[in-house]
Design a protein around this ligand. Structure first.
Ligand code: PEP
Length: 252
């Protein structure tokens, strides 16, 4: 039985005060939502305040990125130790906006995943194809490369500590969602890769979230798919009402 995860990626939105207000309002929602894990990923400046506000509640706090070194001369970067110090339990790694805006490579994703695991954080590792790659029939090839290179060198025990997010790039922030069937097919493919690389029970246990224009009105169809274990949500996670509806997605 895989416990679903509903995670909000706030990207470069929300001040400290807005973050604390949101977390305070979502705590009672999470308290009633035993059916899933609830995670918010504020910007770096608000992580500490978010973790303080969420302390003792069912709301977990994720960062949106990390560096692989424990410390060093890396202006503008943040270490996994600093994220733990701020109260994070999770970190998003390899989001397509970082792959595309910052040129993040699979090799760097791999180093970040290992650093996060070493620090005791749960990595939420993002993979997904662009529209051009999908149209050229390369979706599986891209997912396989991102999965195998991004997770290279992990043991089955390491793998059992990560969460994967399938986020087709063409669906992120575009209002264009993958159909539940398309998403489930990609998730099934990723689970097959997990089976091959890490083993049967690890593949059965890994949570694979879908991300890409998930909204309160389409999450039900997505979550009805056996293969979809939750959602990583950008835009629709920014408003309390909308995030509440996502956490309380329709369940059969
Ligand atoms: C995301 O940022 O991971 C995302 C899926 O964004 P959106 O829900 O806005 O498409």
């Amino acid at each position: 039985m895989r416990k679903p995860v509903i995670a909000g990626n706030w990207k470069m939105y929300k001040t400290v005060a807005e973050t604390v207000d949101f977390v305070e309002k979502i705590k009672p929602v999470a308290a009633q939502a035993d059916h899933c894990e609830v995670i918010v990923a504020p910007p770096f400046t608000a992580l500490d305040a978010a973790a303080d506000a969420a302390d003792g509640s069912r709301v977990a706090v994720a960062a949106q990125n990390c560096h692989w070194d424990t410390e060093g001369a890396h202006t503008g970067e943040i270490s996994t130790g600093m994220l733990c110090d701020a109260g994070c339990t999770h970190v998003i790694i390899g989001h397509s906006e970082r792959r595309h805006d910052c040129g993040e490579t699979d090799e760097q994703v791999n180093k970040k995943v290992k650093a996060a695991l070493a620090a005791g954080l749960t990595p939420i590792v993002c993979v997904g194809e662009t529209l051009a790659e999908r149209e050229k029939g390369k979706t599986e090839q891209v997912l396989e490369r991102q999965f195998t290179e991004g997770l290279a060198g992990l043991t089955p025990a390491d793998f059992s500590r990560i969460i994967i997010a399938y986020e087709p790039v063409w669906a992120i922030g575009t209002g264009r969602t993958a159909t539940p069937e398309m998403a489930a097919e990609a998730h099934g493919f990723l689970r097959g890769l997990a089976r091959r690389q890490f083993g049967e029970s690890e593949a059965d246990g890994v949570r694979i979230l879908y991300g890409g224009s998930v909204k309160p009105d389409n999450i039900g169809g997505l979550m009805a798919q056996e293969e979809i274990d939750g959602a990583l949500v950008g835009g629709a996670s920014l408003k309390v009402d909308s995030f509440r509806a996502l956490v309380n997605y329709p369940r059969g």
